[in-house]
Design a protein around this ligand. Sequence first.
Ligand SMILES: *Cc1c(COP(=O)(O)O)cnc(C)c1O
Length: 423
Amino acid sequence: MIMDTSRARAAELDQQDPLAAFRQHFYQPDPDLVYMDGNSLGRLPLTTPERLHQVIQQEWGTQLIRSWNEAGWFTSPQRLGDLLAPLIGAAAGEVAIGDSTTVNFFKLVLAALGLRPDRPKIVSDVFNFPSDLYVLQGVRSLLGNRHNLHLMPSRDGIYMDWETIAESIDSSTALVTLSHVAFKSSFMYDARAVTEYAHQQGALVLWDLSHAAGAVPVALNDWGADFAVGCTYKYLNGGPGAPAFLYVRRELQAQAASPIWGWYGDSRPFAFDLAYAPAPDIRRFVSGTPPVLSLLAIEQGISLLAQAGIAPLRAKSVALTEYMIALADTILAPLGFVLGTPREPAQRGSHISIRHVEGYRINRALIEEMQVVPDFRTPDNLRLGLAPLYTSFTDVWETVERIRRVVVEQRYQHYPTTHTAVT
Ligand SMILES: *Cc1c(COP(=O)(O)O)cnc(C)c1O
């Protein structure tokens, strides 16, 4: 079948899109800007400034400290966790929000290792986000280098083979921790199968859902997952630096210990006892006073995703990524681009990497003069985030067309090859 590469076809797909109306719920001052980085920093929901204004003016300005009780600031880490829970297949009381993904990951890695004190092996992979791998290295050092950290290799930088997984996880494994969707190639694990296999070996499993939450179906309870963490500023649209979530399976909560014995995790914070007695529930993983302003900014994004529903979001995400891959195959492959992402939708998240030797300079030209905002990940990946809540098929078409122009018109050649601080 010949690919219909016309812009009219993209407009037709937008007309048939049942989620198209959600785009109007986001701030878009510049209609010509094609935003392809919703997997890194989600767009601003229209109702967030109003909500934050109310929190600042009314709850902080007028009510002052009374808001800890009256506005529910004190319980907000759990309240927002409960709001997020259905989107990641968790139950109420299993999710809390606060601290960064990195810090939450640190807390849960130590909690998991504490439950498997006699097992020396930690399994992760070469796809994982560097912060997660650094934390694992730090934890290893902190615990006296008793553990060995096994990073599963990838044959091609895109996929992880089941054989590699099966031979890496064994009866000496304490913890398996992976990103459900890999930040570079977008490879998506069969999380249920990995969790089941790890449990058969007696290991615990911690999923990083940063590139998954809000974009692909996540079923923590169903998978039998033990622990999870993830960002709220990516597909959840919580805003820059918004605090991250953590999940601990209900049955593990009373045994798993947080390494940060903060007063918010104490069973009676306002008793001001001199000795720590951890709360019996998820609260023991909340370390200290939450960042209220950025925490409350998360609510609007989560509500919009909940209204859309994760199944329709996934259906649209698959349609968007299929469309982009087909356009890239037809229009960009002849210009030297190679797909750096799985072709099978079941093994792919909601972003696409296309690779080109001039990837870095092409990315610069797109941002500086073509009104397209993707991002770049070394060594040669142009990464395109397709956030199903607001990315349109026309956005996809425009992106491919503007990439084509940057290459054909050799616009990238005006840029230096030295990298900016944030790519
Ligand atoms: C984005 C991302 C992070 C970022 O962690 P921060 O603590 O928010 O900087 C961590 N892990 C993964 C898998 C990510 O994609």
